[in-house]
Design a protein around this ligand. Structure first.
Ligand SMILES: Cc1cc2nc3c(=O)[nH]c(=O)nc-3n(C[C@H](O)[C@H](O)[C@H](O)COP(=O)(O)O)c2cc1C
Length: 186
């Protein structure tokens, strides 16, 4: 993740092509219930107003660098598409016709897969990005972007790094080494 950008705009035609490529990511039952919404550099300040609050903007050390993102991609899902797909004849008996019965909501899984694919495509093309998880203000973001009937999964802030990144405190956590998080069964 990079959280300080230099305000270089990302061309939205180009970005939307990468978004469409990212949607080659696996999709449960090919439900295709993920949508990617692009926000231009010109609209990044308005996005910030919807996605954050004044106190955060005034106090967060990362706020200025993040606000210089060159574009944003809102990743959303349509849970009803998954309920409908898993209610089709070839999925009969899956017990997944009702979205409240899902132990792993596949719309979140699909959204994560498309997000990861997008991050890799951006990286490959020499751009940087960070993910904002959806933990506050999602209703405001959706209203601002005029998105209806969809859940916000995350916002991907895209841009060129300006070298003033404030590293995430999360990186200093004492976590098990990656190799130790892999286990062979048996
Ligand atoms: C679902 C999800 C939500 C995240 N939410 C945020 C967030 O709200 N703000 C943020 O700065 N980083 C967020 N991150 C990024 C993580 O903090 C980051 O991936 C982690 O600290 C490891 O750092 P690295 O990706 O730079 O290696 C999120 C990542 C994921 C996968």
């Amino acid at each position: 993740m990079v959280r300080s950008f230099d305000a270089t705009p990302v061309d939205l035609d180009w970005l939307e092509q990468r978004c469409a490529e990212a949607l080659w990511a696996p999709s449960a039952g090919n439900a295709a219930g993920i949508r990617l919404h692009t926000v231009s550099r010109a609209l990044v300040p308005a996005f910030f107003e919807a996605a954050t609050d004044e106190q955060w903007r005034a106090s967060a050390r990362r706020a200025p660098g993040l606000a210089r993102a060159g574009a944003v991609v809102l990743v959303t899902s349509r849970p009803e598409d998954y309920a409908a797909r898993y209610g089709e004849a070839d999925k009969a008996g899956s017990g997944l016709e009702n979205i409240n019965d899902w132990s792993v909501p596949y719309w979140h899984a699909d959204a994560a897969m498309a997000t990861m694919a997008l991050l890799l495509l951006l990286e490959e093309a020499g751009w940087q990005a960070t993910i904002w998880g959806n933990f506050r203000h999602d209703d405001r973001i959706l209203r601002w972007a005029k998105i209806e009937g969809e859940q916000l999964f995350c916002s991907v802030l895209v841009g060129r790094a300006d070298g003033h990144d404030v590293p995430s405190a999360s990186l200093g956590r004492d976590v098990p080494a990656r190799a130790r998080r892999v286990r062979r069964v048996g």
